[in-house]
Design a binder for this molecule. Structure first.
Ligand code: FE2
Ligand code: FE2
Ligand code: FE2
Length: 184
């Protein structure tokens, strides 16, 4: 069902814009990490880029409105540096989403009874917390000239939940089966 309230719709469009930019930015930074000789950090960026694609898709579908143009105001981190700095950019973006953006968007969506948006914002918020922590781990490693120590990275295609090495029996955020996770 289409979003009824203008403010929730605006937040969904903005979050869609922010997630879309994050998706692209992480793919660009993934290439930098690969070239710098950090294949696991490169893979982490690629995996999280996919999680952001999942979030963008959820927000887009939650809007479910008529076809038409919109100008979108959305926050995005910019900068094309070496991997340690790019990871700091990643941390900044994720922390902004965790501390400011999604909690505020979520409260408005709840207040307005927009259940699809509540779900979509909740899915993103939970994943971004994990992204921030993984980028912090990666940054600490890279600053010592080492690659991130990680085996597999898994992303839930429904909610973007992100987990390393060991898969849970089902997604703790959306309940998807472990077989659904995409492996990186
Ligand atoms: Fe996201
Ligand atoms: Fe994220
Ligand atoms: Fe999930």
């Amino acid at each position: 069902m289409a979003v009824k309230n203008a403010m929730t719709a605006e937040f969904l469009r903005s979050a869609y814009g922010g997630e879309s930019m994050a998706h692209m930015r992480y793919l660009i930074w993934s290439e930098v990490a690969e070239k710098e000789g950090f294949p696991n950090v490169s893979r982490l960026f690629k995996a999280i880029a996919y999680a952001e694609e999942v979030h963008a898709g959820n927000h887009f579908r939650a809007l479910d409105g008529d076809i038409g143009d919109s100008s979108v105001f959305a926050g995005g981190v910019f900068g094309y540096k070496k991997t340690a700095e790019n990871l700091l950019g990643g941390i900044m973006g994720e922390e902004h989403e965790v501390e400011q953006m999604y909690p505020a968007y979520l409260e408005v969506a709840k207040m307005q009874g927009e259940n699809e948006a509540v779900r979509s914002f909740t899915y993103a918020l939970e994943a971004e917390k994990i992204h921030a922590e993984l980028y912090k781990k990666a940054k600490a490693a890279v600053e010592q000239g080492k690659d991130l120590e990680v085996k597999k990275i898994y992303i839930c295609p429904i909610c973007g939940h992100t987990v390393t090495d060991e898969l849970p029996d089902k997604c703790p955020v959306c309940g998807a089966k472990k077989e659904a996770y995409k492996e990186f």
